[in-house]
Design a protein around this ligand. Structure first.
Ligand SMILES: Nc1nc2c(ncn2[C@@H]2O[C@H](COP(=O)(O)OP(=O)(O)O)[C@@H](O)[C@H]2O)c(=O)[nH]1
Ligand SMILES: [Mg+2]
Length: 266
């Protein structure tokens, strides 16, 4: 227990993680929008995570962005597999006091990065997460059947975790960097995105929601498949009943503050 987790007392700068497979214009728009809405000195870096499947067209945009923005862009080719592997490696490379997890396909509206940062400035010890269910149904281009399944899943797990949060699976959030480096992660597939909320909830980390609109991508295709959604149940249930110490890497003692009432009102 030599390296206890100490929650940050202020937001100093943010690392934005952008995993990329087949995004070109969407990736560029994401980076440019964030640079437009966030003060330069607040952005520690963009970590663009590529993999063997990243297309040559996407790679060309990544290299161009690196040329234009210099040290602001860190390009990392992942060694661990899938989207979870990409995020986990980026978590360990992040140098900002806070880290933003999002996509580069414009399904995570880059304008809202400014809102995430402003809220994290007010609650630096908390996770601020985007919700597609707050302030009405904020899904565009999502099938009705998926919408119903999504709603039922959210309700089930909000009861299990006794939380008023309305969206536990939208992978658009800001975390204290030290927190994501202290947690012992398990999943590699898309269910990792859900793991990044349930483990902190189980550890009593405060979580606050902001509303955000989800729009189906117009470029490239998703890497997820419908049947992979069952993996979400596994990590959600296992974590709910796990002992807290097993959720942390061994050297990170649980020095987590008691949960504050930051959950969004329904
Ligand atoms: N580096 C990397 N990026 C990935 C991987 N899988 C997905 N992504 C990216 O992560 C983001 C979200 O993934 P996506 O496939 O759109 O998932 P969905 O929105 O949940 O259907 C997109 O920008 C993808 O290009 C992966 O294995 N490695
Ligand atoms: Mg997507």
């Amino acid at each position: 227990m030599t390296n206890p987790y100490v929650p940050p007392t202020r937001l100093e700068s943010v690392t934005v993680i952008l995993p990329v497979v087949n995004e070109t214009v969407s990736l560029r728009t994401t980076v440019e929008t964030i640079r437009h809405v966030v003060k330069r000195e607040l952005i520690r870096e963009f970590i663009i995570v590529t993999c063997k499947r990243t297309t040559p067209e996407a790679m060309a945009v990544v290299e161009q962005l690196q040329k234009e923005l210099g040290e602001l862009v860190v390009v990392h080719e992942q060694k661990m597999p899938f989207l979870g592997g990409a995020m986990r490696e980026a978590f360990n490379l992040a140098r900002g006091s806070h880290v933003i997890m999002m996509a580069s396909d414009l399904e995570t509206d880059p304008k809202d990065v400014a809102v995430l940062i402003a809220e994290a400035g007010k609650y630096p010890e908390a996770i601020i997460t985007a919700s597609r269910w707050q302030g009405g149904v904020q899904f565009h281009g999502y099938s009705k059947i998926k919408l119903v399944c999504n709603w039922m899943f959210q309700r089930l797990f909000s009861i299990l975790y006794a939380t008023r949060l309305s969206d536990l699976t939208f992978a658009y959030r800001i975390f204290p960097t030290k927190l994501v480096q202290a947690i012992r992660w398990e999943d590699f597939r898309h269910s990792f995105l859900f793991e990044t909320l349930v483990k902190p909830l189980r550890l009593g980390v405060p979580v606050k929601e902001i509303p955000s609109t989800w729009r189906a991508r117009t470029e490239g295709a998703s890497q997820n498949t419908f049947f992979r959604n069952f993996e979400y149940f596994k990590i959600g249930l296992r974590t709910r009943f796990a002992s807290k110490q097993t959720l942390l890497v061994p050297e990170s003692a649980s020095n987590l503050q008691p949960k504050k009432e930051l959950d969004a009102k329904p």
